[in-house]
Design a protein around this ligand. Structure first.
Ligand code: AHR
Length: 553
């Protein structure tokens, strides 16, 4: 999409289980033909997995809010106070920890005051994304009716058991407006005029919002700042914000992908401002979208994209490769942050991630940036969540872009139609990692080779992550190979296996996806494992995401 190109212009850029009676040597080939090995090292904890890395992102963009989340109190679609009931019920199942709202680029054009007060008095405003909407798209997608504002968002978060993460407007509102939004949300009942306004809307008690984004993509749609200019704004917006006894976590607008210069420029400027300045920052927001399927032929934001549904084997591996770069981005930005933030008090918040395809696969034609998530995107999402799990000391939060009807959606909805996508199922499977102790896990497996423009390219063969809650061990594993299962020995070092289950998400067709008509074509299947001892063998099916939930002693 041309617009995103402009945003980034200023940046640099059937499974089976078998018991082994003995622990075989690492990477050995066993009597039943294991070709891979996983070693989970209980004695090597990496840190606690922040539940917030399983977070979500809901921007006021096309069908995300209006139609996706908000159907209105008088809708024939079942709802809780205007909020889609089926969405709430599904999100309760995945232990959704945090939701970021209202953008995205939308955030830096939004005046929070438009979305509070009596619903029938709220103004209609031009949505940031209006120019890209089609002639046939609903009026609410072009002209924001403001029926869903701060109260409704916080209520939605309460219904699903999430924390709200509000993104403030730095491009077109003042630092005073930011203070007042915090005051509206957090000042005690009856204390301020804004608290009374909140009470008049039905919410006398403070919302207690902790997470505050200060701008979004401030190198692009959020104001075209230089990193130095943005650091100055960030320091100003976050200075002396009223607390009301609520700890506030300020998240600064970080880089797009490899924009090392943005990270270095921000942190150096903050460090020059004094040693307490960096300490006032909770998170550094990194965005990474996997979009370029041109195999190095173009960097053009439109031409480089591929189709969400019609893709070849090479496109399967290429989108995974593009997404897999996130691990080196986490390591790279973390290293630069450490040049000035030596104690690493600021953590990474990957508050937009996912694959981004060209238009054309929308479940609801006309919904901007909507795409059809397939098994490929489930594998992509499992891979990404495993990356976060492997870096618990660095990544404090992550937000999949986006929750519903947009990009890497967990859910699709239109009017009374709804379905959980393969991505949504992956989030349900991985929820068991939240708050667990991440464990070092070694994967030894043959590399995948595939044809890329007449040459052989390769991708890793099996990866994943492990975490422990007391005696409950969770091991998630992605097999990216489109046609080969991985016969794998799994060794648990430091404990014995007692019992367990295996949950697998796969399909014989790599393009498989769910739809309003076929809601359960791609859905996980769980079976009990039956074993005793230290080592088990498992066949990870091709193109799959698997969760092994193991009780150890
Ligand atoms: O998620 C869609 C858009 O992508 C967001 O609004 C923006 O932050 C990013 O460029």
């Amino acid at each position: 999409m041309i617009r995103r190109r402009e945003f980034i212009r200023n940046s640099v850029a059937g499974a089976g289980c078998l018991l082994f009676s003995r622990a075989l040597p690492f990477a050995a080939t066993d009597p039943v033909g294991a070709d891979s090995r996983i070693e989970v090292l209980l004695g090597e904890p990496l840190g606690t997995i922040s539940p917030d890395i399983y977070g979500h992102f809901a921007e006021n963009l096309s069908g995300v809010i209006y139609d996706g989340i908000w159907v209105g109190e008088n809708s024939r679609v079942p709802n809780f106070n205007g909020i889609r009931k089926e969405l709430v019920e599904e999100m309760r199942k995945i232990k959704a920890p945090v939701v970021r709202y209202p953008g995205g680029c939308f955030a830096d054009s939004y005046n929070w005051r438009d979305g509070v007060g009596p619903a029938d008095k709220r103004p209609r405003r031009t949505n940031f994304w209006e120019q890209e909407e089609s002639a046939s798209s609903p009026a609410s997608h072009k002209y924001d009716p403001n029926q869903f504002g701060t109260n409704e968002f916080v209520h939605f978060c309460k219904l699903i058991g999430s924390q709200p993460y509000l993104a403030a407007n730095v491009r077109s509102l003042s630092a005073e407006d930011f203070d007042h939004w915090v005051e509206y949300c957090n000042s005690p009942a009856g204390s301020t005029t804004l608290a009374e306004m909140r009470a008049a809307g039905g919410y006398p008690e403070p919302f207690g919002v902790r997470f505050w984004g200060v701008g979004n993509e401030s190198w692009g749609c959020g104001g075209n700042f230089t990193p130095q200019e943005y650091a100055t704004e960030f320091a100003r917006y976050t200075a002396w914000v009223p607390r009301y006894g609520q700890e506030l976590a300020f998240i600064a607008a970080g880089p797009g992908s490899e924009d090392w210069n943005w990270t270095r420029g921000f942190f150096e400027t903050m460090a020059r401002k004094g040693r307490f300045q960096i300490g006032s920052t909770y998170g550094w927001a990194l965005h990474h979208y996997a979009w370029n399927l041109s195999r190095g032929k173009t960097q053009n934001w439109v031409e480089g994209k591929g189709d969400a549904l019609k893709f070849d084997v090479v496109d399967w591996y290429e989108i995974l490769r593009e997404g897999d770069r996130l691990e080196s981005l986490i390591n790279g930005h973390w290293q630069i942050m450490g040049e000035t933030d030596r104690q690493h008090s600021v953590k990474l918040v990957v508050d937009e991630w996912g694959p981004w395809y060209r238009p054309g696969s929308e479940a609801t034609p006309g919904d901007q940036l909507e795409q059809m998530p397939t098994l490929r995107d489930a594998v992509f999402s499992g891979m990404t969540l495993d990356i976060f799990n492997r870096h618990p000391e660095k990544v404090a939060m992550a937000n999949c872009a986006q929750l519903i009807n947009c990009l890497n959606s967990l859910y699709l909805a239109h009017e009374d139609k709804f379905c959980v996508t393969p991505v949504g199922h992956v989030f349900a499977m991985y929820a068991a990692h939240q708050g667990g102790q991440a464990l070092r896990t070694i994967f030894s497996t043959p590399t995948v080779n595939y044809e890329r423009d007449g040459k052989t390219a390769s991708f890793w063969g099996l990866k994943g992550s492990a975490s422990l809650h007391e005696h409950e061990l969770v091991l998630t594993v992605v097999n990216p190979h489109v046609s080969e299962a991985r016969e794998t020995e799994i060794g648990i070092r430091g404990a014995s296996l007692k019992s367990g289950t295996a949950t697998t998400l796969t399909n014989p067709d790599i393009h498989a996806h769910n739809s309003f008509a076929q809601r359960d074509l791609v859905s996980p299947h769980t079976k009990a494992l039956d074993f005793k001892g230290k080592t088990l063998a498992y066949s990870f099916p091709p193109a799959s995401v698997t969760k092994l939930a193991l009780t150890v002693g």
